[in-house]
Design a protein around this ligand. Structure first.
Ligand code: COI
Length: 359
């Protein structure tokens, strides 16, 4: 780990004792500290870890008006001997900079990103829930901070990391509505960036889908309303016959790190994996001829989330989700690697020393 100067002020009032790790709603419980660093137009300065607190921000803050705001989602778990561990952190460092480049924002040095994440996990290690499938969710976030009204890239940025103990994002199987009217991302757009606006744009169609009784939208491509993209909260996988199929990353979908990990695990397990265009018609036909065996989503928050049905053009395609085999096998494998129960032959798990942050 390189040593960027990071000032540390520890809290004197931890709220850890008030948390029940056996019942943690996703996204509502926050750990004690945050990391903050500012970009001054030339370099990142004044890096510090301090007690989690509100920010004081000018109403003309550029990010709020013109949307330069990006984030990551990562997880820390504990290995059997209690050592905190991160999962493929360098992939997240690269991905936030890919998002920054697309949104015309400052990039953060990967070694600073990684050092800050590691120090936060070390400091908050008591906040990592012990149960397999639970984790400390890490939210790195960057946004524009120029006080200026006008459409141009900001010169100033703030980068923050805060963390949350979490259980499953989707505690139950999810139902999806294949959406033909609204789109999430077009070719050449920003669908691949982990940009706040992508999630905002999904809210209204998701609300309509919920009113019709579905949990989320299954996004189709913007040109033909035909090819499946992702769910918005996770990438999507199909088991058709003996093949595991997932949409190709063509610039419109998030390059999921869980997605990539599952592809690698599945290939090593000897499964036939295809990353390609997959149309909603192919999925419907496979359901009708009985070859559609499984549908599941994959993401850092979602891990692997079972899909119970897909709605399309007024018809529901119900899945025999209680008899899925490949999704549960992949989930056990990825959770097992994260908890140290399964050998990490991929070198994905990065152990974190519990004492990176001095007293
Ligand atoms: C993640 O999977 O980490 C995400 O950021 C997705 C979000 C729906 C929580």
């Amino acid at each position: 780990m390189t040593n960027h100067p990071i000032k540390v002020t520890k809290t004197t009032q931890s709220s850890l004792s008030s948390v029940d790790f056996s019942d943690i709603p996703f996204g509502k419980v926050f750990s004690d500290h945050m990391f903050v660093v500012d970009f001054d137009g030339k370099e990142w300065k004044n890096a510090e870890i301090k007690p989690l607190q509100h920010l004081s921000i000018h109403p003309g803050n550029l990010a709020w008006h013109y949307g330069q705001s990006i984030f990551e989602g990562m997880k820390a778990t504990k290995l059997a001997d209690g050592t905190p561990a991160l999962f493929r952190p360098e992939m997240h460092a690269k991905r936030i900079n890919a998002s920054a480049a697309r949104m015309c924002m400052a990039e953060i040095p990967e070694d600073l990103f990684l050092q800050a994440v590691e120090m936060m996990v070390s400091l908050e290690s008591a906040w990592i829930p012990p149960a397999e499938g639970s984790a400390l969710y890490i939210r790195p976030l960057m946004f524009a901070t120029d006080e200026f009204i006008g459409v141009r890239p900001s010169t100033l940025y703030k980068f923050i990391i805060f963390t949350m103990p979490v259980g499953p994002y989707y505690p139950k199987p999810v139902s999806l509505l294949a959406e033909e009217h609204f789109i999430r991302a077009a070719y050449g757009g920003v669908g691949e960036a982990k940009a706040a606006g992508n999630y905002a744009a999904s809210l209204y169609p998701a609300k309509l889908a919920k009113e019709k009784g579905y949990d989320q939208v299954l996004w189709l491509d913007a040109r033909e309303s035909k090819y499946i993209q992702e769910v918005g909260t996770m990438n999507i996988f199909f088991v058709i016959g003996d093949k595991l199929i997932t949409p190709i990353t063509d610039g419109t979908i998030l390059k999921g790190i869980t997605r990539d990990s599952l592809i690698q695990i599945a290939k090593r397990k000897g499964l036939f994996v295809e990353e390609r265009l997959i149309s909603i018609d192919e999925v419907v036909n496979a359901h009708e001829d009985g070859s559609l065996k499984e549908v599941f989503g994959a993401g850092t928050a979602a891990v692997i989330s079972t899909v119970s049905k897909i709605g399309y053009r007024g018809k529901d395609y119900v899945l025999d989700h209680e008899n899925y085999k490949i999704g549960p096998m992949l989930k056990a494998e990825i959770n097992g690697i994260r908890s140290g129960r399964v050998e990490d032959s991929y070198d994905w798990v990065k152990k974190i020393a519990p004492s990176l942050v001095g007293v």
